[in-house]
Design a protein around this ligand. Structure first.
Ligand SMILES: *Cc1c(COP(=O)(O)O)cnc(C)c1O
Length: 352
């Protein structure tokens, strides 16, 4: 049986969280002299002299409306990186516990494990980039606290089969994290709807990709109220700045613009895939549910440097397990994609 209290680290269980001035007095008042802020204001025209809302209540209400998830099931972090780190700190005893990752996948799960001195077990994806459920099952030990699933996966671009993810959720007594950073570009539905069913599910999303706000650093974790409260207890009190909260609130009003970009990106992704496949030095273009394509080349390093020489930077993934020979190419604007294809078609000419 899944029991959040046996999973939680002892030091976190007994922790007295930091209590801010705004935690201790939440009401309205004329004069606030309780937080050692500068009551005069800020030097520039925009005022930031007051501490931001530690629990980002207005922003969560808006995200709640957009996502259809109650606000008490939402945690906001300084990028997805923050909830990733906090999940280690809450549930993994350094030097003792372990987690499972499924390479090739997003690098932060492992970096964050290393920072927290948590042992990483690897269950590489199958050649079709799906989860090796038997291998994952055989790696689970009593010290296994977290399983990281990225869907759609970075850098392979595919979504994981839902039955596999649900099999893990049903049989693993630790926490299954499904990182949905690219969900807006996917044919598959978000796991968010499954939150009511699985107390051990954490869904990560972000404003960094489809919402075009990578510079603001806002990551979202959706989970049971128990898990959200644990993350709230251990986070730095003011983890989302006032600027970020305000700008994110404004951006969430522009959902039509965002949906428009998503539609264009998906259309461009499919067209780019068709055109790339026609190039003689392209071996394979993997199907993608994300805003990038994983493309296998005869000579990826040479193509990489050729593109750099033409002012176009892509990501070299040719040394990554199961991605041998591959470059990861983000889908740009129609104009950028046209230029990429033009430059690549000239490579054929140069080489023939
Ligand atoms: C880009 C990306 C993120 C986003 O991270 P932020 O810290 O929210 O910018 C998260 N997970 C994956 C798999 C990504 O590729």
């Amino acid at each position: 049986m899944f029991d959040i209290n046996t999973l939680l680290r002892n030091n976190i269980k007994v922790l007295t969280p930091y209590s801010s001035a705004r935690d201790e007095f939440k009401g309205a008042a004329e004069i606030f002299l309780d937080a050692n802020e500068n009551s005069f204001g800020s030097p520039a025209a925009v005022t930031f002299n007051r501490y931001p809302d530690p629990l980002q209540r207005s922003l969560k209400e808006k995200i709640s409306a957009v996502k259809g998830v109650p606000a008490h099931n939402i945690f906001l972090g300084n990028g997805s990186d923050e909830p990733i780190d906090l999940l280690y700190r809450a549930f993994c005893n350094p030097g003792k516990d372990n987690v499972i990752i499924t390479p090739p996948t997003y690098g932060m799960y492992e970096v964050s494990a290393n920072i927290n001195d948590v042992f990483v077990k690897r269950a590489p994806l199958l050649p079709n980039f799906q989860l090796d459920i038997d291998l994952i099952g055989s790696l689970i030990s009593p010290q296994t606290k977290l399983i990281w699933i990225c869907s759609p996966n970075n850098p392979t671009g595919n979504s994981m089969q839902r039955e596999d993810v649900e099999l893990l959720l049903n049989n693993f007594n630790g926490i299954v994290i499904v990182d949905e950073a690219y969900i807006n570009y996917s044919r598959s539905k978000s796991m968010i709807a499954e939150l009511v069913e699985y107390p051990n599910l954490v869904v990560l999303q972000t404003l960094s990709k489809a919402w075009g706000l990578a510079g603001l650093r806002i990551g979202m974790a959706f989970a049971s109220e128990d898990i959200i409260q644990i993350l709230n207890r251990i986070k730095p009190p003011y983890n989302i700045s006032e600027v970020a909260q305000r700008e994110a609130l404004n951006s969430l009003d522009h959902i039509e613009q965002v949906n428009d970009w998503i539609r264009t990106t998906v259309k461009e992704r499919e067209a780019l895939s068709v055109h790339l496949k026609q190039l003689p030095f392209v071996q394979h273009v993997y199907p993608s549910d994300a805003n990038f394509l994983l493309v296998k080349f005869n000579d990826p390093r040479e193509i990489y440097h050729y593109l750099v020489g033409n002012g176009i930077i892509v990501r070299d993934r040719s040394n990554v397990l199961l991605c041998e020979g591959c470059l990861r190419i983000t889908v740009g604007t129609p104009d950028e994609n046209r230029k990429l294809l033009k430059v690549l078609s000239e490579y054929s000419l140069v080489k023939s």
